[in-house]
Design a protein around this ligand. Structure first.
Ligand SMILES: [Zn+2]
Length: 51
């Protein structure tokens, strides 16, 4: 798998990358944004895709 398909999901509050996901052509147009549990904030926060 190439590095281009790898997306980091970063906590919008502490800015730490907690999750990794692969992106495909379907998700390329929109930035991934999902609510996930952040173990640093110890709560669910919005996680946004970064490069
Ligand atoms: Zn966090």
């Amino acid at each position: 798998m190439s590095q281009d398909n790898l997306a980091k999901l970063e906590c919008s509050q502490c800015k730490r990358a907690n999750y990794f996901s692969t992106r495909n052509k379907k998700t390329l147009k929109n930035r991934l944004e999902m609510k996930k549990f952040c173990r640093h904030c110890k709560k669910h926060t919005m996680h946004k895709e970064t490069k």
